[in-house]
Design a protein around this ligand. Structure first.
Ligand SMILES: [Cu+2]
Length: 344
């Protein structure tokens, strides 16, 4: 059994490290554009117009809407790990490792005191595991590696409210996170938060090797991971998705953002252009910080942002670490009907 485990771990490590054993990878995205001068054109004619802003009112294929609060106080959650192809940007198909075939994995929403009855089924071909930051458990019992075609089951009670990360904790963790194995878990306080338009944004990075195979898909470049040099930095798994499909919101009505930074390497300096946060709850809990312009969400952490958008218009949201915004960590809120703002 131990011999089989060792073999699988070696295979897993080999899979992670394979790209760096070949010739240097061709550039995948804007990060490796090999240009020594900045572009002179702005993708969008506005402040922080880091990506073209779509005019379509259609929803993206993955909405940012938070799941509704409430529900059963005893949750049965079952995730299946799967290795799938994931489109990060036009022309950038990635060989992702996932929970439930999506990057990020499904968003979970609970309330304090809820019991989570969790099962992880490993449908991949290397070991994987689950680490819930919202749980308080012995990692060597609950977060241990699950072999292919095997499963694990454990329970926890959500004690602390917040915006939490969950992720695969199998070593090398940087590889399993860089490949897509993470998601957000919201724990609401016992006293419900006031009503608001609620969205979940998970920031993360992709580090891509050269295209390969019939579909020119790309696998992780381990050297880029270790050097924290991503090709793409994204919200909810896709570069600039909510710039292409802006998120509609009401003018002057409360907005609540649950932001989780999966990393694996880059801090998110989260900022909404044209707004000041009424309140920021670090990690989503405790005394709020009021009147904030930008707030750092650490790698492996989260925060709750509450704000209102003052007048109709397009309001980009970014990490204000602008190399990362240029690499895809940009979206847009469409408040009301843009162009109908009151003249001062
Ligand atoms: Cu994993």
């Amino acid at each position: 059994m131990h011999r089989r485990l060792s073999l699988l771990l070696v295979l897993g490590l080999s899979a992670c490290q394979a790209p760096s054993s070949k010739a240097p990878a061709a550039p995948a995205g804007p990060a490796a554009g090999a240009s020594t001068s900045a572009p002179r054109e702005s993708p969008a004619p506005m402040s922080h117009g880091e990506a073209p802003i779509g005019a379509a009112m259609t929803a993206p294929d993955r909405a940012a809407d938070a799941p509704a609060p409430g529900g059963s106080h005893h949750r049965y959650i079952r995730f299946v790990t799967a290795h799938v192809k994931h489109q990060v940007a036009p022309g950038a198909v990635y060989e992702a490792w996932t929970f439930d075939s999506m990057v990020p994995g499904p968003t979970v929403r609970l309330s304090v005191g809820d019991t989570v009855d969790f099962t992880l089924v490993n449908g991949g071909n290397i070991p994987h595991s689950m680490d819930f930051h919202a749980a308080e458990l012995a990692p060597d019992r609950a977060y241990r590696n699950v072999m292919p075609n095997d499963s694990i089951h454990f329970q926890f009670i959500a004690r602390v409210p917040g915006a939490f990360m969950y992720h695969c904790g199998t070593a090398p963790v940087a590889a399993h996170i860089a490949n897509g194995m993470y998601g957000a878990l919201i724990v609401d306080p016992r006293t419900p938060r006031p009503p608001a338009q609620e969205f979940v944004l998970v920031q993360s990075e992709f580090y891509m090797g050269a295209p390969a195979g019939a579909d020119s898909s790309r696998s992780m470049d381990w050297d880029k991971v270790l050097n924290a040099f991503p090709d793409y930095v994204v919200f909810n798994g896709v570069a600039s998705r909510y710039a292409t499909h802006p998120i509609p919101v009401d003018v002057a009505k409360p907005i609540r953002l649950f932001v989780v930074n999966a990393g694996p390497n880059r801090i998110s300096s989260f900022h909404v252009v044209g707004a000041i946060f009424d309140r920021v709850l670090a990690d989503g809990f405790g005394r709020p910080f009021e009147g904030m312009q930008t707030w750092n969400v650490p790698v492996g952490g989260g925060a709750v942002f509450e704000l209102r958008l003052a007048e109709p218009g397009l309001y980009p949201f970014v990490t204000h670490a602008f190399a990362d915004a240029t690499k895809g960590a940009v979206g847009v809120f469409r408040a009301g009907n843009p162009g109908q703002a009151a003249k001062p």
